[in-house]
Write a protein that binds this ligand. Structure first.
Ligand code: ZN
Ligand code: ZN
Length: 370
């Protein structure tokens, strides 16, 4: 596999060749797109999810980044799997307010239009909230909005899929249960949406918030087979692979490091090794990627996929920012010196990683996560 050859051999564990499926990571592109791609490779990931702009703002750049050709080339060099663009959180396809709806439609049309420039296969969006107007009305609005979005972007100009993500259910978020996803799917079919341009994403932290217990194999199997029967597993193109700080069934969406949260090693191991989900692209959306948690979460995912559920306790402090892959051997020493000198890892103000579903307001001070 090309990915295995291209990934730096100095990386302690690479997902390529050690997983039977694609594992990517959502990384900040503030430092640059090419840098993000290289970082993903250096921590052993096989793909990327990114924001094209501020995840908590509507504005999108007037001019595309100059490094896009180089970025696309680098993604290929690394042998990466599909690139996903995560749309801004403000988008709400299910809500009743016309102004937000128009902005959401325009935003998603933008993301779909620029997706080919980035080389992105998926434009992922939280479905949104019906804001108290009821699931039925919300479902109808979603179907109409998706239709309008796709109508405004000819298929010939964008081959990226619009990927609808399940919700944890808080804040009247739509798509909490499989039934709601099926209702949306059927409403879109009725609306004559071009279904070849639509896909789905299941986020494990959201499944957990919505009350799915993934460590119960029968329960996970039921979700998978019901999805297959009513929607088709080929439509499940993305999985957001996160643990959760929130309680089971709490409808809350609080991402946590793999095996460090309430979903736990058993549930996450079942998800990463489910034989019917190997076709999907998995993306970590765990916190603090830029502080070295990205590598740790890739390593922990590989360990779970290999059937070893005895994960080490999470380190009390951030694992540190790895230097470029070429000098990985020296990283441990450098990190130690930096720690002794009392240097803190650089915090980035730019979009880090994606967060919660629906329209819940971003928590002050919390790290951004998809
Ligand atoms: Zn997600
Ligand atoms: Zn989430």
């Amino acid at each position: 596999m090309a990915a295995a050859r291209k990934l730096k051999s100095s990386a302690p564990a690479s997902a390529a060749g050690r997983l039977d499926r694609m594992l990517g990571a959502h990384l900040a592109v503030g430092p640059g797109l090419v840098k993000a791609a290289d970082r993903a490779a250096s921590v052993g990931a096989m793909g990327l999810q990114i924001f094209t702009g501020n995840p908590t703002g509507w504005a999108r750049r007037a001019e595309l980044p100059k490094e896009l050709p180089e970025f696309r080339a680098r993604m290929k060099e690394h042998g990466f799997g599909p690139l996903a663009v995560h749309a801004a959180y403000l988008a709400n396809l299910a809500g009743p307010r016309p102004e937000i709806r128009e902005k959401s439609i325009a935003l998603l049309q933008y993301e779909l239009r620029v997706a080919p420039e980035y080389g992105a296969s998926f434009v992922n969006v939280h479905i949104g909230s019906h804001l108290g107007t009821g699931v039925e009305a919300g479902v109808k609005r979603v179907a109409e909005a998706v239709d309008q979005i796709l109508d405004g972007v000819p298929k010939a100009s964008s081959d990226a899929l619009l990927v609808l993500e399940n919700s944890a259910g808080g804040g009247n978020g739509i798509g909490e249960s499989l039934e709601e996803l099926i209702a949306i799917h059927e409403a879109m079919a009725k609306q004559r949406v071009d279904m070849s341009r639509v896909g789905y994403c299941l986020d494990s932290a959201h499944l957990w918030g919505a009350g799915i217990e993934m460590s119960d194999i029968d329960q996970l199997d039921r979700v998978v087979s019901e999805f297959d029967r009513r929607i088709g597993l080929e439509k499940l193109v993305m999985i957001h692979y996160n643990d959760s700080k929130a309680a089971h069934g709490s409808k809350l969406d609080r991402h946590q490091h793999i095996g460090g949260g309430e979903v736990g090693a058993r549930g996450l191991a079942a998800l990463i090794s489910h034989p019917k989900l190997a076709h999907a692209a998995y993306y970590l959306e765990t916190p603090g990627m830029e502080e070295g948690w990205d590598r740790l979460n890739v390593d922990r995912t590989i360990q779970l996929a290999q059937g070893n559920l005895k994960l080490k306790p999470l380190p009390a402090e951030s694992p540190g920012v790895p230097k470029p892959a070429k000098r990985v051997v020296k990283v441990a020493k450098v990190a130690k010196v930096a720690k002794v000198a009392g240097k803190k890892p650089v915090k980035r103000a730019s979009a880090a990683s994606p967060r919660r579903a629906g329209t819940a307001k971003p928590q002050r001070g919390s790290r951004r996560q998809p």
